[in-house]
Design a binder for this molecule. Structure first.
Ligand SMILES: NC(=O)c1ccc[n+]([C@@H]2O[C@H](COP(=O)([O-])OP(=O)(O)OC[C@H]3O[C@@H](n4cnc5c(N)ncnc54)[C@H](OP(=O)(O)O)[C@@H]3O)[C@@H](O)[C@H]2O)c1
Length: 222
């Protein structure tokens, strides 16, 4: 069992309800939290709610900005032990005919590009950590995607494949690092559960499973 206390964890896309819950839980467990979002006002609100978190503004869709974020993080705080990727968004409906290029660009940029950028900049940190953790949130619809959600499902499938490639790299190099994909149908009401599960990632021994896919569902009766 690894102690999360003092671990440096970057939450990418931190200002949603889920992001705030994750930042709060990580900070109260003793992690040092860097919360990243692209919107000043929402970040101010987050830091008011979770004063122990350090807020940083970055458009994670742009690799050069993420590289500069990496430099700032390394200079001011050191190497990260955890990257919790929460940037998302939904566009869909209208059957296959409704899967527009505009919606695809939006989803691809948020779901795939921000994950590619953040992991390319920070994967060496996770690899070098004695308890590196990467987590992202995907969807339970990948087994049976519907035409109206094809853009969304295709982007999420790409993100999961990217994450699996990182996990295989960790395994190949015998790193003390792991990758977890949390799959949910809808996040509303599951924010606290997600935050608890993210914090618990540091309880598991990474070498026991370099890649995990965990389905989050609401407890019965809720
Ligand atoms: N919500 C659901 O029901 C649901 C269902 C299945 C899976 N998921 C997944 O769960 C994760 C979290 O969901 P969510 O609804 O909390 O996500 P979200 O609100 O769509 O995104 C999280 C945060 O990402 C930030 N963001 C967006 N673009 C950014 C950029 N270019 N650079 C930096 N930050 C950016 C936004 O904050 P700023 O505006 O402050 O930048 C936003 O608060 C996502 O991966 C989502 O796809 C969600």
């Amino acid at each position: 069992m690894t102690d999360i206390s003092g671990k440096l964890v970057l939450v990418a896309g931190a200002t949603s309800a889920a992001g705030i819950a994750v930042c709060r839980e990580l900070a109260s467990a003793g992690a040092r939290v860097i919360a990243v979002g692209s919107h000043d006002e929402r970040m101010r609100d987050l830091v008011e709610t979770v004063p122990d978190a350090t807020g940083m503004i970055c458009n994670l869709a742009h690799l050069d900005e993420v590289a500069r974020l990496g430099d700032r993080v390394h200079e001011d705080h050191g190497r990260i032990d955890g990257l919790i990727h929460l940037v998302g968004g939904w566009r869909g409906g209208g059957g296959l005919a409704g899967q527009s290029d505009e919606d695809w660009d939006f989803l691809h940029s948020r779901i795939v590009t921000t994950l590619r950028n953040t992991t390319r900049v920070f994967v060496d940190d996770l690899q070098a950590s004695d308890a590196g953790r990467l987590a992202l949130v995907s969807t339970t619809t990948l087994d049976r995607p519907m035409p109206g959600g094809a853009n969304y499902a295709a982007a999420k499938a790409a993100a999961e494949t990217w994450a699996r490639a990182i996990a295989n790299g960790f395994e190949k190099s015998a790193a003390s690092a792991s990758v977890t994909v949390f799959a949910v149908r809808a996040l509303a009401g599951l924010e606290t559960q997600l935050a608890t599960e993210v914090t618990r990632l540091w309880e598991a021994d990474a070498a026991s499973a370099f890649f995990m896919r965990s389905i989050l569902t609401a407890p019965e009766g809720s």
